[in-house]
Design a protein around this ligand. Structure first.
Ligand code: GDP
Ligand code: MG
Length: 210
């Protein structure tokens, strides 16, 4: 998929970018190195990184970048809760979505977070794949959310808090473009070459033998 970044700056699909945030529980669980290693060893390139104390306003802007997010997330919650016979706090999707946003903003402002921009071929879906599904109870084994954290919608609802799943990763290329612009200034992102790109993206895999 062609991104704004690709159109404006570089056309090669290896330059797709995504936003990853290590959430407060990821930092508190001392999983920074482990999480970064998962993305790094895949062959992705880190082009921006900072430790941030997010404000409520930043978190709300982040999640409402898609104006439909509140309704969609509320509806997703209600569908899941109905299927699994869980308690539904608000039957109206917008009200429920607003409540989820309120919980999220408490969670995301509870401590420092690390914001990162990763770059590489198909980086958006690849990062989602290794990050895993939203609910740790159901996310796949081998993913970050499946391997390093215990939580469920059922338990987080009993405690009336956001589900704790260690990381945020952009859901689409369009979402990534908007989120990166929200968290990073242009000069905080660095264009450079990694030596391994020669092997990852070179067409002929030549120049190895002396
Ligand atoms: P993600 O892209 O997999 O992180 O999921 P979403 O964008 O749908 O939701 C963003 C965040 O909101 C998730 O990571 C959760 O922390 C929280 N969240 C989303 N849906 C629910 C829900 O149904 N219940 C609870 N407790 N939290 C939710
Ligand atoms: Mg999302």
């Amino acid at each position: 998929m062609i991104t704004v970044y690709n159109v404006l700056m570089k056309s090669h699909p290896k330059n797709e970018r995504t936003l990853v945030i290590i959430k407060p529980d990821g930092i508190q669980r001392t999983l920074i190195g482990e999480i970064i290693q998962r993305y790094e060893r895949l062959g992705l390139k880190l082009v921006g990184m900072k430790l941030v104390r997010p404000t409520k306003e930043l978190v709300e802007k982040h999640y409402t970048n898609d104006p439909e997010w509140i309704r969609k997330t509320g509806a997703k919650f209600i569908a899941h809760a109905t299927e699994h016979k869980l308690n539904i706090k608000h039957p109206d999707p917008v009200k429920m979505g607003e409540h989820i946003l309120h919980r999220l903003s408490k969670y995301m402002t509870a401590g420092p977070v690390i914001a990162m921009v990763w770059q590489g071929l198909h980086v958006v879906p690849v990062v989602r794949k290794i990050t895993g599904g939203t609910e740790p109870l159901r996310s796949d084994v081998g993913t970050i959310r499946g391997d390093f954290v215990l939580d469920s919608y059922e338990f987080s609802d009993i405690q009336d808090r956001s589900i704790r799943n260690l990381v945020h990763a952009s859901g689409s290329v369009e979402e990534a473009d908007k989120e990166i612009a929200l968290w990073f200034k242009k000069d905080e992102l660095i264009d450079y070459t990694l030596v391994q790109e020669k092997i990852l993206y070179d067409m002929n895999l030549d120049g190895i033998f002396e």
